[in-house]
Design a protein. Sequence first.
Length: 334
Amino acid sequence: MTPTNKTALRAAVLLHERLVGSKDQPQPVSLSEYYWNEVQQLQRQIVLAFRRGWQGAAKRLGEDLICAMQSCRRDLDSTLYALQDSVAPRSPSSPSDIYRDILALEDEFEQVEIDLGKHELCVTTDRIILEDLHLGDFEIRLDWHRLDGPFAYRVVALDPHPAAKNDSVTHPHVQDERLCEGDGRPAIRAALSEGRVYDFFVLVSQILHTYARGSAFVELDNWDGTPCEECGASVDEDERYYCHRCEAVLCDSCAASCEGCGDYFCSGCLDRCAACGGQYCSACLTTCRTCRKQFCQDCCEAGLCHECHEKQHSEVHEHDPSEDTRRRPASVPA
């Protein structure tokens, strides 16, 4: 006869009691203000960037705003799903079923740990490799005191290899130890609400072993580098250029130098001289007082472009009384 694992049995009983005890209790709604505040702050920064003509900065802030809005939406969705789950009918597993699930985890995962004090059931995955990118092992830590909440479990990287752009992203679908469940969310939530811990851990592990392009916090193509804000190509740290005005990250192909000062800029922070067509930053261009177009120093003189300067010079000569006197023939004495 197989000896009873007393710790696993105790965890099964406690988990079952938690399921039954919270079955009919209304769950409080807890909405985080962090992401919403971040959305509002980025929106204000974008408006300011547009007012000052910082096109590159506005583009970069717009991308940050998309990420912040996605995080805000996920936060709202998690709270909504938790509230829906709390009122949905369910059939909690028996203590014996939960006990057998816990024992079955030992055959599925590298390591299984039970911490009765922290009311946590934890498994360790094998090494995860996605498209030749080594992400290492992960712990899936279930807190059975939070089964009815939006954050019942955490996904912790044991040997983190985070994205270069955001060190809180340790997996394409994990940010701040929270998994983007995607299409697996209904199955995961159903398993949690019924105490089917084996199904829960296997489902989460399967998501960690997959990569859904287009729905990742950071795409694998940009994992080890920062994307160029002009073309989107991944740029390593020692090959990056930064726009001298808006500090946008640029690759070698997209970084353009001002023909006046020689500093590097993004395309949104450079303009062309209206006469010669050269690319210049705003500091190296002068607005003609007459036509209001912008010109480089070689194409303007005393605040006027060459064309306006010559036109003004011609008008002065045409109305100069001294010129009329010089041109009038001398009178013939009577």
